[in-house]
Design a protein around this ligand. Structure first.
Ligand SMILES: [Zn+2]
Length: 65
C-alpha cells in the first residue's frame, strides 16, 4: 500500500514545513514557524523544536510522519 504523504502549512505565512524548520507548537496543537511566531506572541507555546522533532514527539501528528 502506498503511503500518502501529508503536508502541513504554516497558518501565518502559508508555506510548507520542511523537517529541519524551527517551529513552535501552540496550545491548540497548531505548528507555527518560530520566525512567524514573533508576530503572534500572544499565543501560548507548549513546545518548540524542528518540525521533524515535533511531529515525531506527539502522537496527534503521526499521520504527518
Ligand atoms: Zn510560517
Amino acid at each position: 500500500m502506498k503511503k500518502e504523504f501529508k503536508i502541513m502549512y504554516c497558518y501565518h505565512c502559508k508555506r510548507h514545513y520542511r523537517y529541519n524548520d524551527p517551529v513552535v507548537l501552540d496550545a491548540w496543537n497548531s505548528i507555527l514557524h518560530a520566525s512567524c511566531y514573533e508576530y503572534l506572541t500572544e499565543y501560548p507555546i507548549i513546545d518548540k523544536g524542528t518540525y521533524g522533532e515535533i511531529i515525531e514527539k506527539y502522537d496527534f501528528f503521526k499521520e504527518l510522519r
